[in-house]
Design a protein around this ligand. Structure first.
Ligand SMILES: [Zn+2]
Length: 414
């Protein structure tokens, strides 16, 4: 026994429990453990959760906001164009250093798993991927990282991108990305998805695409992605991010597509705060939220997650990054405010995201991986409301971050 976390509040238990860790595993969970360990931590009734999972983070673009010109239209196409200027001059060392600043903050906020998107295309070549693979190496032990080879300029629109994606996966990228809605025609969008599945099959990797990330009600890439997933037997291995066009689909079509997504076992990563900033920019009033139909998907049993996506870049000027903040944004945007809905929101940054990443040993139970975060709040409701410090973060049973904060209210002298 190496560590005991005492008096922990865990989900699904009315009583406080002690959590014992041995090496990189949880050894025991139960009330009042008599055993001692070299490291003994009193959680004092605080919520202890499995480490947060951030399934979608553009770490190669993170913090470019410190150097970019402003995105005047606030739209995705302008964000893509601004970023290209930087990408031409990417240096893997510089990308890894910028990504590292964001990863450090994320770990301190309790995230133990990140899926990082690396732009791969003819503008930046493999330089962003090399930078994030470097970051993955440097952060070994602090967090688990997957790198997605992501065609930010499209595949058919960017001749040469398919070969670069193939090469990026050969060189160590873990997941094949996609951006089908960005192609010029519906036929090209379908071919884009076909190419991604060919790569996924060739290298036996999972798929994570940015799908129907537009206000256009006729954007149809999610439907085809769900069909393709079923056709290829990839159930449980595909994630689609954003899907904001779902808000613009007519109700009958939306219901059909959501059923297809549920049947195909496609995870939807909503990242609502990004769409709140980027969607509906051309609307007069009333201005739509432009986010995927979260409540309808939950009713139909779709695996819904929410991720940080961007941190101070041309797409989004904020982001700490903190999955607890992401969850709070989700609660607002999707209007999830009832007690059971707050539990659903918390699932989106923990268990649902872990399922999408196929982390089989995730959770608080004996034998599971000892990736934990001690949140300075007694409940999920209070954690969301107060966004408190993370007292301790454990990765593979080792404490990798700790926060202490002394606050004082002073009585004014009369
Ligand atoms: Zn994204």
């Amino acid at each position: 026994m190496d560590v005991v976390i005492r008096n922990a509040r865990v989900r699904g238990s009315a009583e406080l429990v002690d959590i014992a860790l041995t090496k990189d595993r949880i050894q025991a969970v139960g009330p009042r453990s008599a055993t001692t360990a070299p490291r003994d931590i009193d959680a004092a009734g605080c919520l202890v959760s499995p480490g947060f999972v951030n399934l979608h983070l553009h770490a190669d673009k993170a913090l470019l906001g410190e150097r970019m010109r402003p995105n005047l239209s606030g739209t995705l196409p302008e964000a893509i164009e601004i970023t290209n200027d930087f990408k031409r001059a990417y240096d893997p060392e510089e990308v890894a250093a910028r990504a590292g600043r964001v990863l450090e903050a994320g770990v301190q906020n309790g995230t133990t798993f990140f899926r990082l998107f690396a732009d791969v295309g003819t503008i930046g070549g493999l330089r962003a991927a090399h930078g994030l693979l470097l970051a993955r190496e440097r952060f070994r032990g602090l967090c688990q990282i997957q790198v997605v080879a992501f065609p930010q300029e499209g595949i058919l629109r960017d001749p040469g991108a398919a070969e670069l994606l193939d090469e990026a996966i050969k060189q160590g990228c873990d997941v094949v990305g996609g951006l089908p809605w960005y192609e010029y025609t519906d036929a090209d969008a379908r071919e884009h998805i076909d190419i991604c599945f060919t790569l996924a099959r060739r290298h036996d990797v999972d798929v994570h695409m940015l799908v129907d990330d537009t206000d256009d009600p006729n954007s149809r890439s999610l439907e085809y992605l769900a069909w393709k997933t079923m056709r290829e037997g990839f159930q449980g291995r595909v994630t689609a991010s954003h899907c904001g066009a779902m808000a613009a689909y007519n109700d009958v079509y939306a219901a059909k597509v959501i059923d297809m997504v549920a049947t195909a076992g496609v995870t939807i990563s909503v990242n609502a705060h990004i769409n709140l900033v980027c969607s509906g920019r051309l609307d007069r009033e009333p201005r739509r939220r432009g986010i995927a139909r979260v409540k309808e998907m939950l009713v139909r049993g779709v695996n819904v997650v929410s991720s940080q996506d961007d941190v101070n870049d041309p797409y989004y000027p904020f982001g700490k990054p903190d999955q607890l903040e992401v969850a709070l944004m989700m609660a607002h945007t999707a209007q999830l405010t009832l007690p059971h809905e707050l539990e659903q929101v918390f699932d989106m940054v923990t268990t649902n995201a872990a399922r999408a990443a196929r982390l089989d040993d995730y959770g608080i139970a004996p034998g599971r991986r000892a990736d934990l975060v001690v949140i300075d709040a007694p409940s999920i409701h209070e954690a969301l409301r107060t966004q408190p410090p993370r007292r301790s973060v454990f990765k593979d049973g080792q404490e990798v971050a700790r926060a202490t904060l002394a606050r004082e209210l002073k009585t004014p002298r009369r």
